[in-house]
Design a protein around this ligand. Structure first.
Ligand SMILES: Cc1cc2nc3c(=O)[nH]c(=O)nc-3n(C[C@H](O)[C@H](O)[C@H](O)COP(=O)(O)OP(=O)(O)OC[C@H]3O[C@@H](n4cnc5c(N)ncnc54)[C@H](O)[C@@H]3O)c2cc1C
Ligand code: FES
Length: 233
C-alpha cells in the first residue's frame, strides 16, 4: 500500500494525486489504482503524470465511481498501486514535439521533464488546467484554449511527435503527419480489466491484428491504429 501525500483539486473534476515512495516508470506507462474494497471490482488505469525523488503523481478527471473514490483520498490515506504497466513512448529521435489535448496532457509531464529539448503544445477546449507544472520544468511550452492544438504544430518541423488526447485530435495529427517524415506515436485508451494482458478486455485492432492496449500499448505508432476502435479522452 502507498501513502497519499497530496490530492489537490486543480479545476472542476480534475485532481492531482501525489503518493509517497520511490517509483520508476517510462514516459507513457500507467498504474492500476485502487483505494476501495470489493466494489468497484476492477482497479482503474491512470497514467504516470510525474515522478520526483520520493514521489509519484497522477492527474485524473472524475468520470465515474472509481475516480470519484480517488478524489476523496486525503493525505495519510492508503491506496494500492500496481505497475508500472504497458509500453510507454519510445526514446525520440531528432527534433521532438509533445502534443496533449485536454486530459491527454496527463502522461506528458513526465515526457516534458525527460525531453528538455522538445517543444510542448497543450490544447484545451475550455480553461487550461495543470499547465503551471509544465511551465515550471520546461522552457518551450505553448498553451492554447479553444480550437485545435493541431493547428499550432507543423509536423514537418519534427522528426518525432509524442501525443495523447481525444481521438479526433489523434486522427487529425495522423492525417497531417502523413508524408512529412515525422514519426507520430500516441497513447490510446480502452477500458481495462486486468491491466496485465490476461483477459484480452482491452483489445484493439492494430494493423489488422488484435493487440492488448495494456501490454502492447498504450503507446502505438500512428499508422497502425484503427481509430474507430478507440475511446475518446
Ligand atoms: C492506459 C490508460 C491510462 C489512463 N490514464 C488516465 C489519466 O492519466 N487520467 C485520467 O483521468 N484518466 C485516465 N484514463 C482513463 C481512466 O482509466 C478512466 O476514466 C477511469 O477508469 C474511469 O473509471 P471510473 O470508475 O471513474 O468511471 P466508470 O464508472 O468506470 O466510467 C465512467 C465513464 O468513463 C468512461 N471510461 C471508463 N474507462 C475509460 C477509459 N479507459 N478511457 C476513457 N473513458 C473511460 C466510461 O465509458 C464511462 O462513460 C486512462 C485509461 C487508460 C486505459
Ligand atoms: S486489461 Fe486485461 S488484457 Fe488488457
Amino acid at each position: 500500500m502507498a501513502n497519499v501525500l497530496v490530492n489537490n483539486k486543480l479545476a472542476p473534476d480534475i485532481y492531482q494525486l501525489t503518493v509517497e515512495g520511490e517509483y520508476h516508470a517510462s514516459m507513457g506507462q500507467f498504474y492500476m489504482l485502487r483505494c476501495w474494497g470489493a466494489f468497484p471490482v476492477l482497479s482503474r488505469p491512470i497514467s504516470v503524470h510525474d515522478i520526483n525523488e520520493g514521489t509519484i503523481s497522477f492527474l485524473y478527471r472524475v468520470s465515474g465511481t472509481g475516480t470519484r473514490l480517488l478524489s476523496q483520498l486525503k493525505p495519510g490515506n492508503q491506496l494500492q498501486l500496481e505497475g508500472p504497466l504497458g509500453r510507454g513512448f519510445p526514446e525520440p529521435e531528432g527534433r521532438t514535439a509533445i502534443i496533449g489535448g485536454g486530459m491527454g496532457i496527463a502522461p506528458l509531464l513526465l515526457a516534458a521533464r525527460r525531453l528538455p529539448d522538445s517543444r510542448v503544445f497543450l490544447g484545451f477546449a475550455g480553461d487550461p488546467f495543470a499547465v503551471s507544472a509544465f511551465h515550471a520544468i520546461h522552457a518551450d511550452v505553448h498553451v492554447v484554449s479553444g480550437g485545435t492544438i493541431a493547428d499550432y504544430v507543423e509536423p514537418s518541423e519534427y522528426d518525432t511527435i509524442l501525443a495523447c488526447g481525444p481521438v479526433p485530435l489523434m486522427e487529425l495529427l495522423a492525417h497531417r503527419t502523413k508524408g512529412t517524415g515525422a514519426k507520430l506515436f500516441f497513447s490510446v485508451e480502452k477500458r481495462m480489466a486486468c491491466g496485465i494482458g490476461a483477459c484480452s478486455g482491452c483489445t484493439v485492432r492494430i494493423d489488422g491484428v488484435n493487440r492488448r492496449v495494456c501490454v502492447e500499448g498504450p503507446v502505438f505508432s500512428a499508422g497502425e491504429v484503427d481509430f474507430h476502435d478507440l475511446l475518446s479522452l
